[in-house]
Ligand binder design. Structure first.
Ligand code: BDP
Length: 686
């Protein structure tokens, strides 16, 4: 198994009895319509069932048969029962007159219902009394590709881009369709095709035609395409002397471009913008603000059914404050200024996709603006495609965090799904971990992160554990003990990664620029907030960034209830401790150990836990495809080697400040800090 088929393997069900039961329920497929999406739904169902059951149910005309088959129907007003209404794109799967009926409120709802039914079979669930209702909690569920026109992928670790721009629009790689299927199967309904550090190319007629060709592949799967746009495009390709959003010529240019896009792609999704961030141009270059820029684009979209997603990932050049606070300071005052259909896209945490961050303080702070939650599936700071890190627990940590914006229970999830502030649009974005590698994600287990993102975008109340089990059953094995073992490893993997890299709330101490491996000693860079010492603040007294009122007071950006959670070093959960406090080396923590001892304990047990992961993985070898199993085994070896690298680098470096021995029972590293610095240097040679 080379992993290409992802979680849509549809291998024949081995249990003959079960297969018979399913076959009885799937004698034929009748669809009430023939729109492109409904056609996809029927074909997907037919193909999936053929694989799983070994026989292909015929497609029959509606009404020609009633018993023992599967009926697909659209009913915009479908109400399942009192209190269980279906939302837009929702579905119900039930039984009626001896057949299974999949009802969607839209064509896409039927397609999602089809994949849900297939999932039941793939995970071996009974169909007798099936009565399943589900509607997406978030409306726009998007992948963000950081793909460049030359085929490279920013922060991509799974080969190059899947988009072959030079071959488009004439040649359509069959892979595009497989990509669309995979997304539709987990409810993803939008794709931003290019890097936020955007090229102006996509706005030219030549590239619009190419994007339109991709949109044509996505459309029958209920997926719309979006573009990241370069703010300076009017100057770069439009021949204008300015890109000032209030300049009439600039407005006209964007309006014309937008109309041109909609002529080619009538269901175009809209624009994603990174502006005045990390050197990208933006409205501030002309003395305007983010709202001026976003609103101008919203005007350009006019009557078209499209969105503007404006990113809040900003931190000013030469700021000498705390980077943690910058997006908040720039965006909070703009709340209420954004036009309808303009959303602000906010990363899960205030710094940048670290392995653990407190939730971004903008969540709950901009009640008049719909906020898109942006998470990262590509493991930029989490070991690329070599470390096994299942991200659902991390996404859940953010989604379940309580902002207290409208009292207790105002979780980030409810801010994002619009229920806290009664927004009618809602969105979530995952920065894709997909590339041209045969198995799509490099690390075979990285597929679980793509899968989990889609499932949580659809329903953020699902548990990380349940998603891990479901994915494992669909992708690796259906044997219960092995499923339990693998899901257990997955669910614990993120905490393990945190332990051997950045325990206790340490953050941003990784290799400069490359963001791989440890570099806690990094003290000079183009900006102070690109160094490590800026974030860990190790000195003779202790470790950690004081963000209380005595320090940067970033904590003050949160509601009092949240502040209370993190304000006191004695009661602050250890996982967040060094995010908010500078703690003495000998200070006793709630764990009963001193900071120094706890730090060492976490680094050492983190590495031991990777050994445990290796053992667990070895134990499921009989149940997993040999090629796939061997692939993960080898990656776990690298992970173990690099966990040791992280551990030794960090304990040896922090020891130069703490000036204490490695506590028993742990054995001090056998290599020196200089040995490790050399390793890091090798990875940074050009
Ligand atoms: C950082 C990445 C950088 C991205 C940036 C962003 O290092 O490559 O361009 O985020 O999100 O994490 O814009």
């Amino acid at each position: 198994d080379d992993g290409y088929r992802l979680w849509l393997k549809y291998d024949r069900i081995q249990d003959a009895g079960l297969r018979k039961d399913y076959q009885k329920a799937a004698g034929f497929i009748a669809s009430s319509g023939s729109s492109p999406i409904l056609t996809t739904a029927a074909t997907e169902l037919q193909q999936g069932l053929e694989g799983l059951l070994g026989q292909k149910p015929p497609l029959v005309a509606p009404g020609s048969k009633t018993k023992g088959g599967i009926l697909l129907s659209v009913d915009a007003t479908a109400n399942v029962s009192a209190g269980r209404t279906l939302g837009k794109d929702g579905y119900h799967i039930g039984r009626k007159n001896g057949s299974l009926v999949i009802t969607g409120t839209t064509d896409a709802g039927v397609l999602y219902g089809v994949f849900a039914l297939l999932r039941q079979l793939q995970t071996r669930q009974p169909l007798q009394n099936i009565d399943l209702t589900s509607s997406p909690k978030i409306q726009y569920r998007l992948l963000n590709h950081w793909d460049n026109p030359n085929g490279t992928v920013e922060r991509g670790y799974a080969g190059s881009s899947i988009w072959k721009w030079y071959e488009l629009p004439e040649h359509l790689d069959p892979r595009y369709q497989d990509y669309a299927r995979a997304n539709a199967s987990i409810g993803i309904n939008g794709v931003v095709i290019n890097n936020v550090n955007a090229s102006a190319r996509y706005l030219t007629p030549e590239y619009i035609e190419k994007v339109a060709a991709l949109a044509g592949v996505m459309r029958p799967y209920g997926i719309r395409v979006y573009m990241s746009v370069l703010w300076a495009a009017p100057k770069v390709i439009g021949g204008l002397s300015t890109s000032d959003p209030l300049d009439p010529k600039v407005k006209q240019w964007w309006t014309d471009r937008t109309n041109e896009i909609y002529r080619a792609i009538p269901d175009f999704g809209g624009f994603l913008v990174k502006a005045n961030s990390e050197g990208e141009p933006g409205p501030q270059d002309y003395g305007r603000d983010h709202a001026d820029g976003a609103n101008m684009l919203a005007d350009a979209l006019g009557q078209h059914d499209g969105l503007v997603m404006w990113r809040a990932f900003v931190y000013k050049a030469n700021s000498n404050g705390d980077r943690f606070k910058e997006a908040y300071q720039e965006f909070k005052p703009l709340d209420g200024r954004f036009k309808p259909k303009t959303l602000v896209q906010v990363k899960n945490g205030p710094i940048d996709f670290q392995s653990r961050e407190p939730f971004h303080p903008l969540f709950g702070a901009m009640p008049r603006t719909p906020l898109v939650l942006e998470v990262q599936l590509t493991q930029e700071y989490l070991g690329f495609a070599t470390h096994m890190v299942y991200l659902a627990p991390m996404f859940k940590e953010t989604l379940d965090a309580d902002t207290y914006a409208k009292g207790q229970g105002s979780t980030v999830a409810k801010v994002v799904d619009g229920s806290v502030d009664k927004h009618s649009v809602s969105g979530i974005a995952g920065v894709a971990n997909i590339g041209s590698d045969r198995n799509w994600t490099g690390h075979p287990m990285g597929q679980a992160n793509w899968y989990a993102f889609g499932r949580l975008a659809w329903d953020h109340t699902l548990s990380a554990q349940a998603i891990a089990e479901e994915w494992t059953r669909m992708s690796l094995t259906n044997e219960a003990p092995a499923v339990r073992t693998i899901a257990d490893v997955l669910v614990k993997s993120r905490d393990i990664y945190v332990r051997y890299t950045t325990p206790l709330g340490l953050h941003h101490i990784m290799g400069q620029s490359i963001h791989y491996g440890p570099e806690p000693w990094l003290a000079s860079s183009a900006r102070p907030d690109w160094t490590s010492v800026y974030y860990h603040k190790a000195d003779a007294a202790g470790l950690g960034f004081d963000r209380t009122a005595k320090g940067s007071n970033a904590l003050g950006l949160y509601r009092p209830e949240v502040q209370q959670l993190w304000n006191d070093p004695q009661t602050c959960p250890p996982d967040y401790l060094l995010w908010f406090h500078h703690v003495g080396w000998n200070q006793q923590l709630s764990t009963g150990r001193t900071l120094w001892n706890e730090l060492c304990t976490r680094y050492y047990t983190g590495v031991d836990s990777v050994t445990w992961m290796q053992q667990q993985w070895a134990a499921v070898q009989p149940q997993v495809d040999p090629e796939l199993h061997a692939d993960v085994t080898s990656r776990l070896q690298t992970q173990h080697k690099e966990a040791l690298w992280w551990r030794d680098a960090c304990v040896l470096y922090f020891q130069t400040h703490a000036k204490q021995p490695i506590p028993a029972p742990f054995a001090p590293p056998t290599r020196t800090l200089d040995d490790i610095k050399r390793l890091v240097m090798i990875y940074q040679l050009r």
